[in-house]
Design a protein around this ligand. Structure first.
Ligand SMILES: CC(C)(COP(=O)(O)OP(=O)(O)OC[C@H]1O[C@@H](n2cnc3c(N)ncnc32)[C@H](O)[C@@H]1OP(=O)(O)O)[C@@H](O)C(=O)NCCC(=O)NCCS
Length: 186
């Protein structure tokens, strides 16, 4: 089981036991509205968590980390990275936090740990992330962790019955290392 530690959080491989906490943020209305996504039912969520719980360390595809507060057990959100065999040194990041635990810096802390794992644990060269142009919280998060705005695409995403503009952010391993003196030798 993968585990990453930050001052206030543990990021770990999820398990089927996370189902109720997972559904609590995954189907929460403000998050669905922000991302123009549909809710997921319990059966599909359970299958997803079961698959994630048994992923090999080097598996491609979406890898989710459950975000848990050190002082209170239980999943409060997720961060993750998508990788592919065709582009093994790149990763596309994502995040989602229960609103009860938002606006306390937890997502920033978790994403910083995720990026550190991608660059020093997985030796990725480059990570990217995308959001709808209207997703201000995600944009601020990407700014805070040092990601660079690289692209703005117009009406590139069809969601909820209409087209949306998207923003693309990126960070290179060497840019990340330059921001952190302790990893400059990478
Ligand atoms: C994107 C998302 C994870 C951001 O959550 P968030 O709570 O804004 O981000 P953080 O947990 O890092 O908290 C940072 C905020 O807490 C504030 N804060 C309060 N106390 C803090 C503390 N002790 N330490 C750090 N920040 C603190 C910061 O000032 C910041 O506020 P601001 O964004 O208004 O400037 C959240 O909005 C979400 O889950 N959205 C739904 C899913 C989604 O859109 N995912 C992205 C798809 S691309």
């Amino acid at each position: 089981m993968l585990r990453l530690f930050t001052p206030r959080l543990v990021l770990r491989t999820p398990s089927p036991d996370d189902l109720s906490g997972y559904l609590a943020y995954r189907n929460e209305l403000s998050g669905l509205a922000t991302q123009m996504m549909a809710a997921v039912d319990a059966d599909r969520a359970l299958t997803f968590l079961d698959t994630q719980s048994s992923l090999g360390e080097d598996a491609c595809g979406w890898r989710m980390f459950a975000v848990e507060r050190r002082e209170e057990p239980g999943i409060v959100g997720e961060v993750g990275v998508f990788s592919s065999a065709e582009r093994p040194r790149e990763g596309d990041l994502g995040w989602w936090l229960n609103p009860v635990h938002q606006k306390q810096g937890f997502a920033t802390e978790a994403v910083q740990a995720l990026i550190g794992w991608c660059f020093s644990g997985r030796d990725l060269h480059r990570v990217t992330a995308h959001c709808l142009r209207t997703n201000d919280a995600s944009r601020r998060l990407m700014d805070r962790v040092g990601m660079r705005l690289e692209s703005q695409s117009v009406e590139s995403r069809w969601l909820g019955g209409r087209w949306h503009d998207e923003l693309g952010y990126a960070l290179l391993q060497r840019e990340w290392a330059a921001r952190r003196p302790d990893t400059a030798a990478l």
